[in-house]
Design a protein around this ligand. Structure first.
Ligand code: SAH
Length: 255
């Protein structure tokens, strides 16, 4: 294949849901794409598309397969958009796309014009609705042990607690892993005060959006699922009551 025939590949972070939280750059990349690749739910979220755009929605959870498919099409001249919810670089497709490139002996893939477009991640969006819980040092952890051992997750949770970082938890609790959130909670409760502020953001940026503020002692695993991002405050995180009965949450920037 001649170098000039190589197409392009944009890894697009869609934001959490509503197009209002999608960057203009991401929207432009979706419009320019000849082919859209992603997990079915995210391809739906990215649309609507024109009849001349090819949709490759898959339920295949093997991200590397999807990434290789994207390079194969782009190397043939297609303008491919690989879509992820939130930010494509946070527990999403951007790393898989680079891993596919890294492991491939395909000169045509290296000629593909590759761009990674950032998006508003679930934790950003939920934090803004609640106030500014991520206002000081924080850490983002996935509780899923599909791709890493649970012992490593426990080790990191203990270290995060020791460092008194605000903690944003992604993939907190699924049907296949119903007990791990409780185990993580027990571990965190061993380090942090009962009245530590907790923010729950569910379906943020989507029609069913819910944001709740609770405490570490009151938090129950049943309140949390795979559509929830959980932000657990540090010892400094505070709440201010709102007239409507809700609360603003913030972590001050000073020590
Ligand atoms: N790339 C995504 C994260 C993918 S991991 C991002 O940057 O947001 C999937 C996890 O993200 C979910 O289990 C949930 O914890 C969180 N999440 C994604 N979208 C969300 C939303 N709209 N509301 C609440 N949590 C969300």
């Amino acid at each position: 294949m001649k170098p000039e025939s190589a197409g392009s590949l944009a890894v697009v972070g869609l934001g959490p849901g509503t197009s209002a939280l999608r960057t203009p750059e991401a929207t432009a990349a979706l419009e320019a794409a000849t082919d859209i690749i992603g997990y079915g739910t995210y391809v739906d979220l990215a649309g609507p598309f024109r009849p001349d755009q090819a949709l490759h929605a898959s339920d295949n959870r093997v991200e590397l397969d999807r990434a290789r498919h994207a390079f194969t099409l782009a190397a043939e001249g297609a303008h491919v958009a690989v879509v992820s919810s939130g930010d494509a670089g946070i527990f999403a497709m951007a790393a898989a796309v680079l891993e596919a490139l890294d492991g491939a002996d395909e000169p045509a893939w290296r000629r593909v014009a590759l761009r990674i477009l950032p998006g508003v991640s679930a934790a950003n969006a939920a934090a803004a609705l609640a106030g500014a819980p991520l206002g000081h040092d924080f850490c983002v952890l996935s509780l899923s042990d599909n791709l890493k051992p649970w012992t490593e997750i426990e080790r990191r949770l203990a270290l995060v607690c020791e460092a008194d970082l605000v903690l944003a938890l992604y993939n907190p609790r699924s049907k296949a892993r119903p007990h791990q959130f409780g185990a993580a909670l027990a571990l965190i409760r061993g380090h942090r005060a009962a009245d530590t502020v907790v923010v729950l953001g569910r379906d943020v940026g989507r029609p069913a959006e819910q944001v709740g503020v609770t405490t570490l002692a009151a938090l129950r695993p049943e309140q949390v699922d795979m559509r929830t991002v959980v932000i657990i405050g540090s010892s400094r995180t505070r709440r201010i009551e709102r007239p409507d009965g809700g609360a603003w949450v913030y972590t001050p920037r000073w020590y």
